[in-house]
Design a protein around this ligand. Structure first.
Ligand code: NAP
Length: 278
C-alpha cells in the first residue's frame, strides 16, 4: 500500500489530505495520505527516514519549501527557477523535488478561461512573495511577452525581476495606472483580499475589458478584486483551482494514475473551507 503525506509547521489547516484522499477513494487505490506536523528542527530527520517510515513521497508546505530544496535532487527546470519545493517523490531509492505551483497556476487559468493563451501576452502581477515567484516562472515559461511586477516592498519586486531577467520588469506602484491599459492578464498574488486582510483596491477603469483577472486568494472565493473586475466587464478566474491543480503531479508520481480536477472535487474543498471538518 502506497503512503504519502503533507509536512509543514503548522499543518492543521492543510486541505491536501482532503484532495488526495478523495482521489484515492474515487480511483479505488489502496493508499493513504496523511498530514504530519514537522517542526523545522525535525525536517532533516523526517526526510532521512521518509522511505524507512513507508512514505513514497510528500507535499511540503510552509515553512519548509526553500529548505527542502537543499535536501533533494532537482531535475525539473521550472523548480530550479522557483527555488522552492512543494512535492517530493522517490525513485530508485533517491528523493526528487518538484514545485507544482507554476503548473497549478497555469492549469487553473486555462481551466477557468479555456481560450486563454499566455503566448505574447502582457501580464501584470501584484505581489513578489513565494507564490509570485512560481507565477512569474509559469508565465515566462508559457511564453508571456512581458511580466510587470508591482509590490508594496519594491526591492522584493526588483529582486524577483532580476532572477528572471528578460521580459520581467519591476515597477513602483505609482506606475500601475500607466501599465494597466496594456494588460492582457492581471494577477493578485498578495495576501490582500484574504479573509482578515485588507482588500486589494486597484482602480480598474484603465484596464481593457479584454483583460483576464485572476486572484490566487481563495478565502473568500470571490475577492473584492474579482468582484470589481466582474462588474468592470472583465473575465475572472478564482484561485481555488490553483490549489487543486497543483496537487495533480504529486498524486500521479506517488500513486501512478493522473487524477482529474472535477467540479465535484472543487465543491468538496469549497464546502470544507466554509465548514471545516478539522
Ligand atoms: P508571501 O511569500 O508571504 O508573500 C506575501 C505577499 O503579499 C508579498 O508580496 C507582500 O508584500 C504582500 N502583502 C502582504 N500584506 C500586504 C499588505 N498589507 N499590503 C500590501 N502587500 C501585502 O505569501 P505567498 O506564499 O506568496 O502567498 C500569498 C497569498 O497567496 C496568500 O494569501 C496565500 O494563501 C495565497 N496562495 C494561494 C495559492 C493557491 O493555490 N491558490 C498558492 C499559494 C499561495 P511585501 O513583499 O511588501 O511584504
Amino acid at each position: 500500500m502506497q503512503k504519502a503525506c503533507v509536512i509543514g509547521f503548522p499543518i492543521k489547516h492543510s486541505r491536501s489530505p482532503l484532495i488526495h484522499n478523495y482521489w484515492l477513494q474515487q480511483l479505488g487505490i489502496k493508499g493513504t495520505y496523511e498530514k504530519l506536523e514537522v517542526p523545522p528542527d525535525q525536517l532533516s530527520a523526517f526526510l532521512h527516514s521518509m522511505a524507512e517510515n513507508g512514505y513514497t513521497g510528500c507535499n511540503v508546505t510552509i515553512p519548509h519549501k526553500e529548505e527542502v530544496f537543499e535536501h533533494v535532487i532537482i531535475n525539473d527546470e521550472l523548480t530550479k527557477q522557483i527555488g522552492a519545493v512543494n512535492t517530493i517523490y522517490t525513485h530508485d531509492g533517491k528523493k526528487y523535488g518538484l514545485n507544482t505551483d507554476a503548473y497549478g497556476f497555469i492549469s487553473n487559468l486555462k481551466d477557468g478561461c479555456p481560450e486563454w493563451t499566455t503566448q505574447q501576452q502582457t501580464c501584470v502581477l501584484i505581489g513578489a512573495g513565494g507564490a509570485a515567484r512560481a507565477i512569474v516562472a509559469a508565465l515566462k515559461n508559457d511564453g508571456a511577452k512581458a511580466i510587470h511586477i508591482f509590490n508594496r516592498t519594491v526591492v522584493r519586486a526588483k529582486a524577483l525581476a532580476k532572477v528572471f531577467g528578460d521580459k520581467v520588469y519591476a515597477h513602483d506602484f505609482s506606475d500601475l495606472n500607466s501599465i494597466l491599459p496594456e494588460a492582457d492578464l492581471l494577477v493578485n498574488s498578495t495576501s490582500l483580499g484574504m479573509a482578515g486582510q485588507p482588500p486589494l483596491t486597484i482602480r480598474l477603469q484603465h484596464l481593457p475589458k479584454s483583460c483576464v483577472v485572476t486572484d490566487i486568494v481563495y478565502t473568500p472565493l470571490q475577492t473584492e478584486l474579482l468582484l470589481a473586475a466582474k462588474s468592470n466587464g472583465n473575465q475572472i478566474v478564482d484561485g481555488i483551482g490553483m490549489l487543486l491543480h497543483q496537487a495533480v503531479p504529486g498524486f500521479e508520481k506517488w500513486f501512478g494514475i493522473r487524477p482529474e480536477v472535477t467540479a465535484k472535487l472543487r465543491q468538496l474543498v469549497l464546502k470544507d473551507l466554509q465548514d471545516p471538518k478539522s
